[in-house]
Design a protein around this ligand. Sequence first.
Ligand SMILES: C[S@@+](CC[C@H](N)C(=O)[O-])C[C@H]1O[C@@H](n2cnc3c(N)ncnc32)[C@H](O)[C@@H]1O
Length: 327
Amino acid sequence: MTGAIARQRLNPHWVDEKQMAIGDVSFVVTFDLDDLKSYDSSSKRFLLGKARPMVDAMVEIRDHEDIRTIVDLGIFKGGSVALYAKLFDPEKLVAIEILPDPVPALSEFIAREGLDARVKPYYGVSQADAARVEAILASEFRDQDVDLVVDDASHYYSETRASFNLIFPYLRPGGIYVVEDWGWAHWAGDTWQKSEAFPQFLPALSNLLVEVCMLCASRPDLISSVHVTASTFVIRKGDARPPRQVRSGRALSLSRALVQAGPLKARMAAIDAADSVGSSGLHTAALASHNGFRQAWRNGICSVSTTNPSVRCRARPQSLVFGPGDR
Ligand SMILES: C[S@@+](CC[C@H](N)C(=O)[O-])C[C@H]1O[C@@H](n2cnc3c(N)ncnc32)[C@H](O)[C@@H]1O
């Protein structure tokens, strides 16, 4: 055990696939849409909007990594904040949620467990709001790196990419950045394909996964590995320390890093110009105008229709036998 705080190592106790407890706090673990709407959290029993493998993956990370500082995007009913507080016993856990009203169950949990100085929820903040997110990071992590980021917020490409550009520079070398639910544009079935939460016109979040994979190839000092499952992708940061403060223009944004990586330079030049962080903080140029990316998808993985950033790509596998389109 290291560090000033004596860190506990509590393990989840599973009652069944949807019910779990860590110490004296229990969790209903579900991403069923009806459950998400109907269940509420209390300070002793939280709704956790995840599936069990995601929780198991977090236990793996906890057991094999040195995680003291965490950024959690997307608070919802407080389940993930309570989970990470119990599981990691972190020195600092900062959570960001676009909805303005504090979650009473979470406030009560934080007060009861005496975590006010260590667990900091910020409500009414979009993950893509460069000014707000950067101010939070700068004040909460002035003298510290972030060890783990979990993005379970909008799941939209522009917003997720914007917060990646903002938060990744705060991650320590070797730190971990998890993006959950990246595959919604490709999951089989009407639940997700006809969901109002993911309108047809939105670009798929898988654009970001491919970008990150390209960066892993060309700048392994920034991204040393990307591990993908159907629900999440997990980025391990390389040894580089890109400058913080994206809005000051000093930071290395994702697309600028790709441009600087060389081979993509010509293809990415237009994006680099459009992707310089504007006042909104959004990187709306998107990958849709990236010819190399479009070609890669057409030739290798599936056909997509990303002719401009406002068109969402859908998996319609051509070169693969199995996939949602074949069912
Ligand atoms: C899937 S839920 C989070 C579930 C929670 N992490 C858990 O495991 O229980 C997504 C949350 O992200 C929030 N959200 C959506 N768009 C956002 C944005 N642009 N910035 C921050 N939060 C956002 C939603 O309001 C919602 O509460």
